[in-house]
Design a binder for this molecule. Structure first.
Ligand code: COA
Length: 149
């Protein structure tokens, strides 16, 4: 499948909210997406197949790391490498920063397996990170450092 990655636009909001609501127990609101979209520290990406919006990813840039704030793929298009292509476009922008990070609910096994397949490692447990008292794992991707020379 040909997956296109482009910038999020205002008229994507209906598709994004539909995917978000079907993907998370505590989905982001339209206001949260709008604030992220307007925030100059946030980068908002969508994935399309045949012009249909099938996934999105929001990340922020800090001096020493990139942080994935939200990521989801339409259920009907999962396991088609859409999520991988979105995350690789973040990794491509690492520059000389140390890592890409994100928090994932401890119960979200699909996301754990997905991230591990991309080389992320769980580096910390955050107790009661979510409002419903649920724990999160902090997952990090660090590019391999070449030693020698
Ligand atoms: C996690 C998520 C984004 C993955 O998106 P996706 O487009 O289905 O993932 P990809 O097709 O790019 O998967 C790449 C690889 O990750 C691994 N993987 C992905 N989902 C997996 C699953 N449910 N079980 C086991 N391995 C999985 C596989 O190795 C896969 O490669 P393969 O299909 O060739 O075996 C998607 O399941 C999702 O939207 N989940 C709900 C939202 C969510 O949990 N967000 C937090 C994301 S970190």
């Amino acid at each position: 499948m040909d997956i296109q990655i482009t910038w999020m636009k205002a008229d994507h909001s209906e598709d994004i909210l539909r995917i978000e609501t079907l993907s998370f127990d505590s989905p982001w609101s339209q206001k949260q997406f709008f604030e992220a979209w307007q925030d100059p520290k946030m980068y908002t990406l969508v994935a399309k197949i045949d012009s249909q919006l099938v996934g999105y990813l929001i990340y922020s840039r800090c001096r020493d790391k990139l942080v994935i704030e939200n990521l989801a793929v339409d259920r009907s298009f999962r396991r088609n490498l859409v999520g991988k292509k979105l995350v690789l476009s973040v990794i491509d922008n690492l520059g000389n920063r140390d890592c890409v990070e994100l928090n994932v609910a401890d119960s979200n096994l699909d996301a754990h397996l997905f991230l591990r397949s991309l080389g992320f490692k769980a580096s910390e447990i955050k107790r009661a990170f979510y409002g419903n008292n649920q724990d999160a794992y902090l997952f990090s991707f660090r590019p391999a450092v070449l030693v020698g020379g």
